[in-house]
Write a protein that binds this ligand. Structure first.
Ligand SMILES: NC(=O)c1ccc[n+]([C@@H]2O[C@H](COP(=O)([O-])OP(=O)(O)OC[C@H]3O[C@@H](n4cnc5c(N)ncnc54)[C@H](O)[C@@H]3O)[C@@H](O)[C@H]2O)c1
Length: 315
């Protein structure tokens, strides 16, 4: 299958694209490489990989690339609340306007699989799992744009949306702002963390399992289409404090304390049911503990890329 992946050199794309190539797909990546990332270098030997360095807002590029594809994964994004708040116009152009162009240029039958976030669930009801029926109530600009984008994809009649839990794990385009990655980084390099909203519950999923979920959506497209699916580890609905305790099991010298000095921009505090995607046959492979072990190993390779603070983690 010919697959167009916008933002394919990002944290998720850099893990997903090699997997798609290995499965025999022809992949075109459209990415502006805004982080000067070297992700995908080790996939350049695939003749079935084409890399287009460009902007997903460039309609002339999309006019050329969209019609050629059997499936489109629009991953290009200013990802997360802080960068969207810093660059609101770019965020809207990339998340909404470029997606609108992709949808306008696509022809019926082309498959669109779109990653959105389950942070749109905001503050969940205590003890009650959020399902795909639970109303979305995003607070940040990032969350609101992703919810709009999800609706646009589902209205095409050719789309599936994956409401991803917070990703973790090593990727060639590493993100240290994600909760598990960030806390493990601080545990390894700093030994201590101050937690805010320590009791807030979140759901997590390994980046390789996200790639697996996209393939699963592609392989089961007709059965799954026109619907959103939560994608997370069902046994990893965990508070931030619970996450720290999990990390402590592998970094025994790590300590944490609680603080009331900051707030999550999306007030994410929910437990999520992943029953709907599991009913289609999807099962994640990587446990939270395995992901933490992988991160600890990865951090012995990565240089200390930023000043670690004992301050508040923001993600
Ligand atoms: N990682 C997560 O936990 C998570 C959770 C839910 C949803 N998602 C969604 O998955 C997608 C990918 O996330 P990620 O974690 O890989 O983020 P990322 O920021 O690592 O990847 C985004 C990619 O898009 C590229 N890009 C940005 N602006 C572009 C533009 N104008 N033109 C072309 N390329 C551009 C960047 O260079 C980068 O490679 C995003 O849509 C995000 O909202 C991620």
């Amino acid at each position: 299958m010919k697959i167009l992946v916008t933002g394919g050199a990002g944290y998720i794309g850099a893990v997903m694209v090699p997997r798609l190539l290995q499965a025999g797909h022809e992949v075109t990546v459209l990415d502006n490489f805004m982080y000067h990332q070297t992700a995908l270098l080790d996939s350049c030997h695939y003749t079935s990989l084409r890399i287009v360095k460009g902007d997903t807002r460039d309609a002339s590029l999309l006019e050329r690339l969209v019609p050629e594809a059997d499936a489109i994964f629009p991953l290009a994004c200013l990802t997360g609340a802080p960068i969207c708040d810093q660059r609101p116009q770019d965020a809207e152009e990339i998340i909404i306007d470029a997606l609108a162009d992709i949808i306008r240029l696509h022809r019926p039958g082309q498959r669109i699989v779109y990653p959105t976030t389950n942070s749109g669930y905001g503050v969940g009801e205590k003890g009650k799992h959020c399902t795909e029926e639970t109303p979305l109530n995003p607070i940040s600009l990032y969350g609101r744009l992703k919810v709009r984008a999800e609706r646009m994809v589902l209205e095409t009649g050719d789309g599936i949306t994956l409401r991803l839990a917070t990703a973790f794990g090593i990727s060639p385009r590493m993100r240290l702002d994600l909760l598990v990655n960030d806390f493990t980084y601080k545990a390894v390099f700093d030994g201590h963390i101050e937690l805010f909203e320590a009791h807030f519950m979140r759901n997590f999923i390994h980046v390789r399992d996200i790639a697996k979920a996209f393939q699963h959506a592609l392989d089961n497209f007709d059965k799954m289409k026109d619907e959103p699916y939560n994608v997370g580890l069902s046994d990893a609905n965990l508070s931030k404090k619970g996450l720290c305790e999990e990390i402590q099991k592998q970094v025994p010298t790590f300590t944490f304390s609680e603080s009331s000095d900051a707030k999550d921009p999306d007030q994410r505090d929910y437990i999520v049911s992943n029953d709907k995607i599991e009913a289609t046959g999807f099962r994640p492979d990587v446990t939270l503990a395995a992901g933490i072990a992988e991160l600890i190993k990865g951090y012995t390779i990565l240089p200390k890329v930023r000043e670690v603070t004992t301050q508040l983690s923001n993600v």
